[in-house]
Design a protein around this ligand. Sequence first.
Ligand code: C5P
Length: 240
Amino acid sequence: MAKDVIVACDFPSMERTLDFLDLFEGKRKPFVKIGMELFYAEGPDVVRKIKERGHKVFLDLKLHDIPNTVAGGMRSLAGLGVDMTNVHASGGIKMMKAGLEGLTSGGQSAADQVNSAPVLIAVTQLTSTSQEMLAEELLIDKDINDVIVKYALNAKAAGLGGVVCSPLEAGLIHEACGSDFLTVTPGIRFSDSTSDDQARITTPAKARELGSDYIVIGRPVTQAEDPVEAYMRAVSDFLG
Ligand code: C5P
């Protein structure tokens, strides 16, 4: 898949989400990220509705269970025609392989099969995990960056297409896993927008410079006075 800007649609309902996407009628259609809040509130129908409108969908559910269960979950998601979805790398290589098999094992409808195969990516360490928490709660005493790179290498060994990471880690990941291994990076802010609750932020242009393959941007677009303008600004800053 080519580089792109993914808009995090962190809305609590299908209605609010579709109202937001209505703004893009007849314009460039954003690649949309749907997270747990919306998916658990509205169910698979929200994915079908957004796909029907011609958007690509990254379904951010971060699966983590025994391999057989993750494979089954991924088969169901493949049936929805998602373009990108994810698992926790801490579930291990076997679990990631099983997830990939589930996602690519023909659960897609005939219409979806003409689209490119869905991409499975991994979460290495959540950005809410600190070095102290790794050591004290999880008894992992390695450097957090070494853990992130090792988990990314595990994801690559399992055949996954990439990882979610900070743009600041994109170089490290590409160095270890190769330039084709996708880095999908949240924590994006315009130079003149507020940081909200994001700690380490990067502009779209800086993310491009650092080698991000996909940027994930939410509130600077969804809460903007003119969301279409804000989205197009992110697109032109990131894609050039
Ligand atoms: O509104 P904002 O641009 O901060 O949204 C970023 C999106 O990316 C949210 O959906 C958030 O949950 C997600 N995300 C993140 N940091 C991670 C993983 C996911 O901000 N490490």
